[in-house]
Design a protein around this ligand. Structure first.
Ligand SMILES: O=C(O)C1=C[C@@H](OP(=O)(O)O)[C@@H](O)[C@H](O)C1
Ligand SMILES: C=C(OP(=O)(O)O)C(=O)O
Length: 424
């Protein structure tokens, strides 16, 4: 797919449902008693992988393309699948489902695509094993495919070496089935959608600073879930609205949970003109974002803000190329173990467009203010990379071609249509 310089974005866009919240609504709905009705469910390939895994374990799930109805069978209602569970490209599916599967009364094998088979699973295998789980990497390399035999689990207090909501959530889900209290302490707080939604479903869960605590309950109960728009998807239009001259766009119904809103804080630091309208605070907080073209300046991004904008960092790095001065991204080694090595791939592709960017041990240094030119961009089949360079291509001189552009289906199937509509 090819992109050229845009003359400004105008109008409104409603961002599709949040990927993290969509996954969790199907997972928790499946192990709750009764119906869970989910509206604005993200119809991206990752969330469809989660639906197919739970269908394979005997859960009836209706999906009409927006609303999803899960006929949950309770904490002990899953049945042994008659094939290997396929988590596709989704780290969230693989890791969270492993926490649930560790406590079932059957054994199962799960795997995913070539990218999933390279992503680190030891980070969940270690704590789940400490809880008594029987979980192993079939190829002995710490990656999927994973073989899991359900066991009786016990509670632990786990000090996680990484701030990862997937690790935390896998442990909390196993903790739902354990014989006592389970605690997970993180170096910094990661997204808290599991804690919020589990509590809504009737779990005994709370947080103490950077520690999440769960105690077993007899059952969870089906709920109605309205999924907010995904701020990680909104990030691409946020950046486009700020950077493409003469733009003004309204991005509707964006989830602004404080464990996810780091990009808003960083954009403000960089001098962005963003106004929050129509803020709602019940359940997961949301707002409409009014974004106007702005002159940005460089900043330093590191420490506790990193988990709150981890998936937005590719777009932020590209944004920094158009800001005045230097931007330093640090403490972001987690970028290396996503769908691609997002530090190496960003540096490779931004350099191909003429940016002044340097790879560091745990991030990047970007010296902004140089104009970029079009290039052939290898997305490495990473959806965030493809969308980042579609937007960057709209700000560069000449033509940018994205290879593997269709991978945006993982998290934002209508992305190119929305971009085209706003560009008119
Ligand atoms: O819990 C989740 O839904 C997610 C957590 C993050 O991963 P980590 O937990 O590996 O940081 C994020 O990058 C991913 O897109 C979704
Ligand atoms: C890292 C991501 O997702 P996952 O870990 O679920 O594959 C992402 O969507 O950027």
């Amino acid at each position: 797919m090819k992109f050229t310089r845009s003359n400004g974005l105008h109008g409104e866009v409603t961002i599709p449902g949040d990927k993290s919240i969509s996954h969790r609504s199907v997972m928790f709905g499946s192990i709750a008693k009764g119906e869970t009705e989910i509206t604005n469910f993200l119809q991206g390939a990752d969330c469809l992988s989660t639906i197919s895994c739970f269908r394979a374990m005997g859960i009836e799930i209706e999906n009409d393309g927006n609303r999803v109805l899960v006929h949950g069978k309770g904490l002990h209602g899953l049945t042994k699948p008659n094939h290997v569970l396929d988590c596709g490209n989704s780290g969230t599916t693989t890791r969270l489902i492993s926490g649930i599967l560790s406590a079932q009364n059957f054994d199962v094998t799960l795997t995913g695509d070539a990218s999933i088979q390279k992503r680190p699973m030891k980070r969940i295998m270690d704590p789940l094993s400490l809880m008594g789980a029987d979980i192993r990497s079939i190829n002995g390399n710490g990656c999927a495919p994973l073989a899991i035999s359900g066991r009786l689990l016990h509670g632990i207090h786990y000090q996680s070496p990484v701030a990862s909501a997937q690790v935390k959530s896998a442990i909390l889900l196993a903790g739902l089935y354990a014989d006592g209290e389970t605690r997970v302490t993180e170096p910094y707080v990661s997204r808290n959608h599991s804690e919020l939604m589990l509590s809504h479903f009737g779990a005994d869960v709370h947080t103490e600073d950077t520690t999440a605590v769960i105690r077993p309950v007899k059952e969870l109960y089906g709920q109605k879930i309205e999924v907010p728009g995904d701020i990680s998807s909104a990030a691409f239009f946020l950046a486009a609205g700020l950077l493409i001259p003469d733009s003004e766009i309204l991005i509707r119904n964006v989830g602004i949970n404080p464990t996810r809103d780091g990009i808003l804080r960083i954009c403000k630091d960089m001098g962005a003109d963003i106004t929050l309208l129509n803020e709602k605070t019940s359940g997961e907080p949301t707002a409409d974002l009014l974004v106007r073209s702005s002159r940005l300046h460089g900043t330093v991004i590191g420490g506790s803000v990193i988990p709150t904008l981890i998936d937005e960092l590719p777009m932020i790095a590209a944004m920094a190329c158009f800001a005045e001065g230097e931007t330093i991204i640090k403490d972001a080694s987690e970028l290396k173990v996503k769908e691609s090595n997002r530090i190496a791939v960003m540096v490779e592709n931004l350099s191909a467009m003429g940016a002044d960017v340097e790879e560091t041990e745990d991030g990047m240094i970007i010296r902004g203010g140089k104009s970029l030119h079009g290039a052939v961009i290898d997305s490495h089949l990473d959806h965030r990379i493809a969308m980042t360079f579609a937007i960057t291509g709209c700000m560069a001189e000449g033509e940018t071609e994205i290879l593997g552009a269709e991978c945006v289906n993982i998290s934002y199937p209508g992305f190119y249509d929305d971009l085209k509509r706003l560009s008119k």
